[in-house]
Structures are given as C-alpha cells and as structure tokens.
Design a protein around this ligand. Structure first.
Ligand code: NAP
Length: 294
C-alpha cells in the first residue's frame, strides 16, 4: 500500500513557484500578492488563513489579511471586496468561509472580480469550469488533480466515485475527473446523501474521493480491493492520548481502509497541503494573467 504524500508533492510545487517568483523579482517586477478576508474568530478559519499567509510568504509572495469582527455588515464587507477588486497591488484574494449567518454567501462570492477569484467560487468561474474553459479551479479539487497526476495514478477509463456534491469540492472534482484532458478521462459517479446503496456504488470505484464531512465514514467494506482512496475530510476528534486532547482524521477510516487499498492520502499530510499549494498556483496564475509579459 502506497501513502500518497501530499506534503512532499506540495513542497515540490512550492519550490517551483518560489523559483518563478524569484525570476519575476530578478527582472525588477513586484512579487505576486494574495489577500485574504477573515470575518470573526472561528478557530479553524484562523488556522487556515495563518497557514495560507505563511505559505505565501515562504514562496516569496506578498500576503495581507483583512480582519473584521463577526458583526461587520454585508454592505461593509462588499465595500472591502470592491476595494480589493480595484487595488492594482493585489493579484488575487479569498473570502474565508464560513461567513456569519447574516451574510448571503452567494452574493458575497458574486461580488469578487472573477479575474482575482483565486478560490474559483465566483459563478462565472464555476460556469467556465463546467464549459471546460480555462479558469480558476477551486483549490481543493485543483490540488487533488495535481496530486493524482504527480503520484502517477492512472485515471484514463477508470471508474471514479466522488462522495459529496458541494460546489467547492465534490462537483468540481467530478467534472475535472471526467474531462477529456490528460490526467482525467475517468468514468465518474457523483454520490450524495440520497444515493441508494452507497456501499455498492463506492465498491465499484478504482478511485474513490471522499468529501462528505463525516469522520471515518468510509469503512473497508465500502472499498474495492486495490482501490486508490483520496480523503478530503479533515476533522478534530477528541483523543485523551494526544497532548492537545484531539487528533485529526478524515472522512475515511484510515486503519481499516489502508489495509485494503493500493494507495491512500493520509490526514493530515494528504489533500490539505495540496489545497494550499493550489491556492498559490492560482495566485501565480492571476498574477501572470495581469502581467503576461513575464
Ligand atoms: P459539504 O458542503 O458539507 O458537502 C458534503 C456532501 O456530502 C454533500 O453533498 C452531502 O450530500 C454529502 N453527504 C453527507 N452525508 C452523506 C451520507 N451519509 N451519504 C452520502 N453523502 C453524504 O462539505 P464540503 O465543503 O464539500 O467538505 C467535505 C469535507 O472536506 C469536509 O470534511 C471538509 O472539512 C473537508 N474539506 C477539506 C479541505 C482540505 O483542504 N483538506 C478543503 C475543503 C473541505 P447532500 O448534498 O445530499 O447534502
């Protein structure tokens, strides 16, 4: 059984990005600049944004974080987005989710300039993805496609099952795997909470992508012998033995499934670091679109 090492692959990608950024700076250009808007003090969101900031700086990019209290109005948030849309020094930005309940997330996403939408959540970017046009692919599925490609996992003609149909993970993942592109061309089934006899469907998968948000949900009996398993889930579960009082786990029962599959992504160290690497790739792409002269 092979462990698909997202940490090492993401480190390789970051090295490649850092070399490109250093080249721009050598040619007298400014560094690419990623901004993040963080509303409130959700622990996981704080951690994600801090990690994005640290990784951005590690490849030589500029990072800035716009922090607001939970009670910021939607109107004020839209004004910040409008400011960043027009700021010539910012190449791309994200609005960290989840947003407080009084915000209309779709309205907020639609306010982002699609050319700076490095999370790929703007409806026109999601539409371009459906059309198979060049676009900003949402970071998690973008990172998973890169992980599959760089791990040498064969996808052509394979049966892929994607568990979960969210707009930010499952649906784009299913679209990308089914594309007539190198590293794709799979036959894809997209499952959700209304799928009948889920285990019978997942057992057909040569490649199983689990993105349902339930710790340890995918058990060995749901997996075909020799399948490749990509675990997107990330959860903190209480663990008395851990000094922090918790441990991280995914949507897959790692101990049971790893004994049966041919390759699996660990949690942590699988999809998570690839999501960050993909966000940096999207920032670089936004920068290069704005400055095509290189
Ligand atoms: P989400 O929006 O909550 O979507 C979950 C999907 O799973 C929904 O489509 C839902 O079906 C389906 N589902 C839920 N229970 C099910 C069941 N019993 N049987 C079959 N399908 C079921 O979640 P998400 O945002 O896509 O995230 C999924 C997981 O990935 C979460 O654990 C999240 O933390 C993690 N994540 C990780 C990263 C990373 O960088 N590692 C990034 C993003 C997300 P319905 O549509 O029918 O409700």
């Amino acid at each position: 059984m092979k462990i698909i090492d997202g940490k090492t692959i993401s480190a390789d990608i970051k090295k490649e990005i850092a070399a490109e950024v250093a080249g721009f700076i050598d040619r007298g250009r400014r560094a690419p600049h990623m901004a993040a808007i963080l509303v409130g003090h959700d622990g996981a969101s704080e951690t994600y944004v801090a990690s994005k900031e640290k990784n951005c700086v590690s490849v030589g990019m500029t990072s800035s974080v716009y922090r607001y209290e939970e009670n910021i109005s939607e109107k004020e948030l839209l004004e910040v987005i409008s400011f960043l849309n027009q700021d010539e020094d910012v190449d791309g930005f994200i609005v960290q989710l989840p947003l407080p309940k009084h915000m209309d997330v779709d309205k907020v996403m639609a306010a982002i300039n699609p050319e700076k939408d490095i999370d790929g959540f703007h409806p026109s970017n999601l539409g371009r993805l459906v059309m198979g046009e060049d676009t900003f692919v949402p970071a998690t599925p973008c990172g998973i496609m890169e992980l599959i490609k760089r791990s040498g996992i064969e996808t052509v003609g394979k049966e892929c099952v994607v568990l979960g149909r969210s707009n930010i993970v499952g649906t784009p993942m299913a679209l990308l795997l089914s594309r007539n592109n190198p590293g794709a061309n799979a036959t894809v089934t997209l499952c959700h909470s209304k799928t009948r006899d889920l285990a019978a469907v997942t057992r057909r998968a040569d490649i199983l992508v689990a993105a349902i948000g339930k710790p340890g949900f995918v058990t060995a009996d749901m997996v075909k012998e020799g399948a490749v398993v990509i675990d997107v889930g990330i959860h903190r579960v209480a663990d008395e033995k851990a000094s922090s009082g918790y441990r991280l786990c995914g949507d897959v029962d790692y101990a049971g499934v790893s004994a049966k599959c041919s390759a699996i992504t660990p949690v942590p160290g699988g999809v998570g670091p690839m999501t960050i690497a993909a966000l940096l790739m999207n920032t670089l792409k936004a920068y290069k679109k704005r400055f095509p002269e290189g």
